[in-house]
Ligand binder design. Structure first.
Ligand SMILES: Cc1ncc(COP(=O)(O)O)c(C=O)c1O
Length: 419
């Protein structure tokens, strides 16, 4: 009789993960208070929106935080802030959430792919530099799954060529890179507060920056004169304040009320996430087929999950899909990261307008569709990434179950070979 659950054995995982998102009395009371006392829409400044933005800015030790209605909109406004115009090239890894890439199109920019750094999930500075042209107006990197990108090198490339670097921190809330909070290192930091993220609003987003120009530019995109007239001060931006560009991206006050409470819990939750990940890693020491992302001493990840790499050659050549199937039967569901977006039809066209899509670039500007082999490290990830959960509350029994599930499947790997 087989021990593995895929072949009829008892599943190893008997303890569950803590419920997430974690909405407690404080969040509920904050929402009820906002509903009772209002307002439910804040077009200008003040109230819970300002309170949350001030708290978020203070947490990051930056002067400016701009709330919006989603992470996607934070990237859209940041790209405007960075000076992206029709036909500007924006360098991004393909290995991120699709809305981040589409935000480049919304800003009428042209996505240009960079590969990721081997052994990580984040953009490779050397490849970013190779992709720079005279049309490059922004570099957008994601701290994917909370693991900080190689910011020293990426910023050095940006500085050398005079190109702003936007940090997509949607997986990196509270993460720290060499003493700096994620989102405060590049020109602007963009955070999603959607309900799966490390702190949530339900739906929402925040863009942070040290730079008043970027802040005002970003605000002009998504806000209306009631907020723009009192806040937009720089001469160069002031002429747009009467109208703004009115995508109307403002954050709902009920969402801000939730996020304002969650921010207070973020550091504790991240500490729990780190402890859970450490516990699991300790118990899996010596498992050759799983290589966890290295966490250097001067880095605190944001822990939106924890990425690892699967090495089938160290498990009798069993493909990742089969390994995952066996783990799923044990009760351990692991993620596999993002689809290879660069291969999809949207990014295989050269000219959106010719394909009947609304984005229009100057004559002669074209997208350069990626061919197989163009992004070798990104492509390899599609067969090797394992995304482990990083639960926000202590759950040692569940972590032990996960380790037990993996040990069991690895020890009985021969059963997976030809069945
Ligand atoms: C890396 C990344 N960037 C951007 C976004 C967009 O955030 P939102 O869904 O709040 O628009 C997400 C959301 O899942 C994300 O994971």
């Amino acid at each position: 009789m087989s021990r593995i659950a895929l072949h009829g054995g008892e599943p190893a995982v008997t303890h569950s993960l803590p419920t997430y998102p974690d909405i407690g009395d404080e969040e509920i009371n904050a929402v009820v208070h906002q509903m009772r006392t209002g307002p439910l829409s804040i077009a200008g400044t003040g109230g819970i929106i300002t309170e949350f933005e001030e708290n978020f800015a203070k947490y990051h030790d930056v002067p400016f935080a701009l709330s919006t209605n989603s992470g996607t909109s934070t990237l859209h406004v940041a790209l405007w802030g960075a000076g992206v115009v029709a036909g500007s090239e924006v360098i991004t890894p393909a290995n991120t959430w699709i809305s981040a890439i589409c935000a480049i199109l919304h800003a009428n920019g042209v996505p240009v792919w960079c590969d990721i750094k081997p052994g990580t999930c984040a953009a490779d500075a050397a490849d970013i530099e190779r992709k720079i042209t005279t049309r490059t107006h922004a570099i957008m990197v994601c701290h994917l799954f909370g693991m900080p990108a190689d910011m020293d090198k990426i910023l050095a490339v940006g500085r050398k060529h005079g190109i702003p670097v936007i940090e997509d921190c949607s997986h990196g809330h509270g993460g720290v890179y060499k003493g700096k909070k994620l989102g405060t290192i590049g020109a602007m930091g963009c955070f999603s507060l959607q309900a799966s993220k490390s702190m949530i609003a339900g739906e929402g987003g925040v863009t942070i920056t040290n730079d008043q120009y970027y802040y005002e530019r970003a605000m002009l995109v998504g806000h209306v004169p009631a907020r723009l007239l009192p806040e937009v001060k720089l001469e160069v931006n002031r002429r747009w304040a009467d109208t703004g560009f009115a995508w109307k991206y403002r954050c709902a006050p009920l969402s801000a009320a939730i996020a304002n409470v969650q921010l207070r819990k973020l550091d504790t939750w991240n500490e729990n996430r780190r402890a859970n990940v450490e516990l699991l890693k300790q118990q899996l020491e010596g498992i050759g087929c799983i290589e966890f992302s290295e966490i250097p001493a001067d880095i605190t990840p944001g822990f939106y999950g924890h990425p690892a790499f699967y090495h089938p050659e160290k498990l009798n050549g069993i493909p990742r899909s089969r390994f995952l199937e066996a783990l799923r039967a044990e009760g351990l569901g692991l993620g596999t990261g993002y689809d290879p977006w660069h291969e999809k039809p949207l990014f295989q066209i050269e000219d959106p307008r010719a394909a009947g899509l609304p984005w229009a670039w100057p004559e002669g500007v074209k997208m350069r569709p990626a061919r197989p082999g163009d992004l070798p490290v990104t492509e390899a990830l599609n067969h090797s990434l394992l995304l482990f959960p990083a639960p926000h509350a202590p759950c040692p029994d569940t972590m032990k179950d996960f380790a037990e599930a993996i040990h069991k499947v690895v020890e009985n790997a021969s059963e997976l070979e030809n069945s």
